[in-house]
Design a protein. Structure first.
Lengths: 459, 112, 459, 459, 112, 112
């Protein structure tokens, strides 16, 4: 007699672990792509500063990569994606301190995510750590654009540590780790719209907030933090008097191109599987990005008479940001519409800082905060099943606005506390004279370029 | 006619330029220069090795003017470029034989 | 009693969908790599122009990415890879307008390509859309090198739309979508050499034209379009009088390096599966590329006495182009030979424009047209089974020459019509004065670099 | 009666080949990533030279890519990974000349590695060729940093050929191909510590030297070769008199960032499977890299008072190098420790050349040799099971020191012979006048940048 | 001896240079400069903000010559550099005490 | 007072500078220049096309000094900059009316 159960099982496990390899391959790739986005941001921002500040700009991003690479395995991942939940805000930083339970194999097998069982969306737990790591890196790196050309590098390193610990990891937990802003039983959404316990004790919320790849967790979060820090830290010497044009627009373009590339890891990676859904997210992402660049360029052409390259680069980023929360739930047509709207709005939004007189130096608020908000809210209209334009009623819209608001408040408050604490202790700014001479020399004792050394004039 | 040449701190250029315009100077030629003098340069560090940069960035201004205006132009530049710190630069005045406007071929004061 | 059929089926489906993940992972990656090739082209070309034109050069490529990202999901993919065929030239643009049938899942499952059934070469249909999208982007972006430094950005955006619609999508359909230049029943090849209907009604042509990854569809196509557009649009002011040296050769190298990198997606991705064939294509690609760079460098050394870096970069690209149609059917030895020939020939070919007095500014004709032709034709000699040097007889060679010819005629004619139409309506060129002052300022109101702002001389 | 064996088998094979796709997808990606590391090195080094030498620096790396792409399929792979072993040093270069047996499919199926049977770590043999190719390319490219700004390009091309043939391929064979420095029966380790023949005739060594991704094969090997070549070739004109500052630090950062990115292919690819182990290696790699950058920056801050960007870039590379041999056997905690140590030590080590008066121009010895050594030896302390800090006793440490020593001797001796032979025949150096005027013009007849052409002063 | 200094439009450099060679001038020194004058600069736009660039790229030429040649050199430059558009530049002539050729140490006219 | 202007080979700058310091010169202004003269430029090759670069990189030095020092400064520069090869450059001396130190407003020799 043959043991059919056993046959099925054996074949099945092998087969299912076949998925592990496929999904793992894509998630390893996606994690690498997302890691590359931070250097991309570095060049996007670096090209936009003056030539006396590019090294520092690159170093702010590099500093984020360096510090978060160390603290994420220490306690960051554990705080965001541990199993215990503290009042919906974060999980235990010591549960997986130094990833101890994740990097231990049990009978030669490491754990997989999501959940415990093997299914077509599973992949190795160690890979999840690295994928999530790269999101934390870029989130904090984004903030640096708002406070460019004026802050002490040492203060920044400490800020990165505190912000990832007290703002990013909790926010990731709240939205993606089953906390307050998720659709779990103890979430705001369940509190308002209710839900019920389904089979196997799984909670089914009536309305589930949607943040596919980080519109709230990454962009609204970093965007509001950018606003707060620049308000506290203050303006650059010469703000609004000098125009401070970008010193190297090809670098800005390089950054935007690499962001576009890396963002496929960000969005198509956020399906956690190399399946049709990933392809779907890739399509939305590129459609929205192209449309947003068009939206920005057209707005510029009407207002200023030119299609600028800085506008194209900015529009690309605005589109990528806006589609981030929505890439898995908007059809290609709505993706294009969402992109057009985001591009035009962000183009107008970058002017706000002049009106309201805050020095968001490289427009993190105008692009990431506004873009993130646009995408998060438009889900309420465009989402395939739950959006108002798809007969979904207003509930999705309401919850989208709500999670955005709560995220703004949480991030705004905690970032304020951190930034103030640093201001009052070690201080944020280099001296005005150092700033005028160039932050590169002040912080790093270096200057970026020397094209004339061969002429003997380099020294 | 005279040629007034000024070596100034780069960040004073904007002020010097606008004050000169107020004084009625409508043309000048600027160029990059590197100064060497009492003001010391700085030291950059590359992989632990120090690299002394003793040439300091300056801007050179050249203004052709009528004999009579040389003094006042020198005065305006000196005043607007001065920060009181070592390295503020120099202004010097040279005699010119003639000046020509390329576009029209005009000579002398008419060409300025 | 156990139901063995069911066991087999269950295990089998799970297993086969295991492939989906593996192939999907590679195809998502490959698509991202190919998308990066367009920025690579942008820097390859951008470094070659004068410093007053680099932004525009980058924008021509960015414009291609932006526009095609929007029109491909609208009607482009449908025209190229729909199921209906119109006289062998294209398929119905409305069949899959906005990808409507592709992004709809049926019982939770999206379609796969190729074909309907699951087999080891299957992968998700949504991923096919994005992979094909990236080819359309780079094909049109390549053309920009021929008309560098002189055209209006707005005209270019319209050209991109028309060319992808009326030239690229049809060409992709003809060769890869079962049209005139394929091996299907209604193809030129079947008309000439015949064929027969095999099992399950599948057509078996006696001779099948071979264009693995786009020697004809991308390179010959873009190359001839480049020639046509530059002839119609005319020379740059100063052509042949001034030498117009590259303003930033490190950018040219950066572009060439990124092209090499991205091209693994192009070629190893064109097996549509993460299998041995992909590895095989990778081997041919790198072998031919190395050999072509050597071929170009040696030719230069003999002729000019130096191994130039521009030559190395150009040779790399020439090799990548030439191996594109052939990477799956030439052995490593023949790949090296093919590369050497392509490198030497392209090195000589870039001089033609001076003799025949057309301003193919950055040598799109000399590299892509000639390189694509070399690879397409050498298949007739080198192909593993059908090439003359492998006892294959002359038929493959004949069909290769034929499809190249037909592609040249089709692309040449339609591109001429489009280019002329634009010339007679909105016009192509900026004014000569604007051109001399710099296309960057004329089109975009920007200048690329400002290394002296800190010296106060930036404004 | 159903044939359960058959069911199992059929399902199993399909399932297992499911792995092939998943692993293949990741290995194709990893190979592409590693290939990108050589351009990354090119920019890392290129930015560090003076502006008159960057093209040459880029060309030394490009030359490595070009030449190795051709010789690897010819005889390189066969020498390193063939089945025959010659006195533990290399295998038969003609066994797989032009990869003849690898690119031939047998009954439609190409071979897989590792081993003959299909198991979850299998992937296509053709993909192994390309993955290994990329390692050979970067190993030789690394050396170029030590002899920057002064050597003839033609001599370099010949050196690349000889070194990969007589140093790299044998070293890869010795460590990874079952040679002297492996754990096989005929290895040094088995000679000293013994072992026994296990089931199915497989040899089990008592102590197995550990070089995960190439601490010995790539970094110690290239590092010692760098030292030897610079000693023989001699110093740059002006060494120690002029400081020769980096001309383009953003390029240095670009290189370091791309290295970090590509290194995930290097390390996470060296598990040869898209599994948890790959994620594990990714975690160690990023943790050690972040920590090493911190280690370098802190050392600099204490010694020089500044956190330099060149220091951050160098620390990143030092960390990547040091974790390379160890990434699969150190816990995240030890990875951080290893990184800190490597960063600090390498920061101090780059000063040695001034004390001992050799012109290792861009610090290949200080970073790759020292970093590789640190990682290789610390395995003896930190390794999960065999390290002294994990109750492993001193045997692992002893064997690690030993393989490092043998590698140093082998590489040192053969590189000396090759370098001398070239010195005495065609010669290495351009003339001193050419060197002062710039190696770019001397070797390539070009200059890198022309930002002023529009001012008419470019010529 | 005289020093003739000319500020010209960059794109006229080639013509000026070849015409000077025809006139028998075998040496000169050129450098980058930025001009400010009647010719207005341009406005660049970055994220909607305008950025006025009022310094215009120019080339400065310096030619040391015998007293007798100054006029003709000035004439040749003026003629070859002129396009008739505002911004064509200036030429000015200054007296020199002496000139030395570094290589040989020759003084005066022999050094030119 | 005098203005000594020197056009020299870029790689001689370090030596010239230190010798001038030894001679007691404590200030000078340097700038990039491109020379045209007997020394011929070089030919670069791009995709087979030759590109003649006939402007050679030079450094221009300007030193304001007391009348009495002009000759010795000229002498020191000439000596330290000379390599004996064509293209070593020129030094020329011009009369100055006045010089002012921006920082203090001092005039004449006191300003140097
Ligand atoms: N003798 C000189 N000739 C020409 N330029 C000079 C001379 N001395 C100083 N300079 C220029 O003036 C600048 C300022 O001079 P410095 O001695 O540093 O300060 P200060 O003029 O305030 O005493 C220098 O950087 C240099 O460009
Ligand atoms: N007074 C001046 N002194 C020095 N250079 C001047 C002066 N006036 C003009 N220039 C130079 O000549 C250039 C052309 O002058 P501009 O007034 O624009 O036109 P034009 O000489 O044709 O009337 C300016 O850009 C500037 O470089
Ligand atoms: N008549 C001139 N006026 C101004 N500068 C000159 C003149 N002749 C030569 N020069 C400068 O001197 C440099 C050297 O001159 P060149 O004729 O090449 O060699 P040499 O002075 O050794 O005979 C030139 O590159 C140029 O910068």
């Amino acid at each position: 007699m043959i043991d059919s159960g056993h046959i099925l099982l054996a074949a099945d496990i092998t087969a299912q672990t076949g998925f592990l390899a496929g999904n793992g391959a894509w998630m390893l790739t996606a994690a690498s792509f997302v890691l590359l986005m931070t250097p991309a941001v570095a060049f996007f921002y670096g090209g936009m500063c003056r030539s006396k500040s590019i090294l520092n700009m690159l170093m702010l991003s590099a500093g984020a990569m360096i510090v978060v690479s160390v603290i994420w395995p220490l306690w960051g991942y554990s705080m965001a994606f541990g199993t215990e939940d503290y009042i919906g805000l974060f999980s235990d930083p010591f549960e997986n301190f130094l990833l101890n339970s994740i990097v231990e194999s049990h009978d030669g097998v490491f754990g997989v995510v999501p959940g415990a069982g093997l299914h077509p969306e599973s992949y190795a737990g160690t890979i999840d750590v690295v994928f999530q790591l790269t999101f934390a890196v870029i989130a904090v790196a984004l903030i640096s654009g708002a406070i460019a050309e004026r802050v002490k590098f040492s203060t920044w390193l400490i800020f990165v540590t505190l912000w990832v610990t007290f703002v990013y990891a909790p926010m990731a937990h709240m939205v993606w780790g089953g906390g307050l802003l998720s659709g779990e039983e103890n979430s705001v959404s369940s509190f308002i719209f209710g839900g019920n316990t389904g089979e196997r004790g799984k909670w089914n919320a009536n309305v589930i907030p949607h943040d596919f790849a980080g519109g709230t967790v990454v962009h609204i979060n970093a965007g509001i933090a950018a606003l707060v820090t620049t308000l506290i830290i203050g303006k650059r010497s010469g703000f609004k008097k000098e125009t401070m044009r970008p010193h190297n627009l090809p670098f800005v373009m390089l950054g935007a191109f690499l962001l576009w590339f890396g963002w496929f890891g960000f969005n198509a990676g956020s399906t956690f599987a190399a399946n049709d859904g990933a392809g779907y997210a890739w399509i939305s992402t590129s459609a929205a990005t192209g449309a947003a660049a068009l939206g920005w360029l057209i707005t510029e052409r009407i207002r200023d008479g030119k299609f600028t390259s800085l506008g194209a680069a900015s529009g690309i980023v605005a589109g990528l940001v806006a589609i981030t929360p929505a890439a898995d739930v908007v059809s290609p047509g709505f993706a294009i519409l969402l992109g057009l709207i985001a591009g035009a709005l962000c183009c107008l939004a970058v002017g706000l800082k002049l009106r309201f007189n805050y020095d968001d130096s490289l427009d993190v608020v105008g692009v990431h905060f506004v873009g993130g908000l646009v995408g998060t809210i438009l889900i309420g209209f465009f989402a395939t099943e739950t959006g108002m334009f798809n007969d979904g009623g207003p509930k999705q819209l309401i919850i989208q606005v709500l999670i955005a608001l709560i995220a703004i408040i949480y991030s705004g408050v905690i970032t304020t506390i951190i930034t103030f604490a640093l201001e009052k202790t070690i201080g944020w700014r280099v001296t005005e004279e150092e700033e005028i001479l160039g932050i590169d020399y002040a912080n790093h004792g270096e200057t970026a370029y020397d094209f004339v050394a061969s002429s003997g004039l380099g020294k | 006619m005279k040629l007034v040449t000024a070596i100034i701190q780069p960040h004073r250029l904007d002020d010097v330029k606008s004050n000169l315009e107020l004084t009625g100077v409508h043309g000048m030629t600027a160029s990059e220069a590197k100064g060497f003098g009492r003001q010391k340069g700085h030291t950059e560090i590359y992989r632990g090795r120090e690299y002394a940069v003793d040439l300091v960035p300056k801007v050179r201004l050249e203004i052709v003017c009528d004999d009579a205006d040389a003094a006042i132009i020198t005065e305006v530049i000196t005043r607007s470029a001065s920060t009181g710190k070592i390295g503020d630069g120099k202004v010097w005045i040279m005699p010119l034989d003639d000046v020509v406007r390329v576009r029209t071929g005009e000579h002398g004061v008419a060409a300025i």
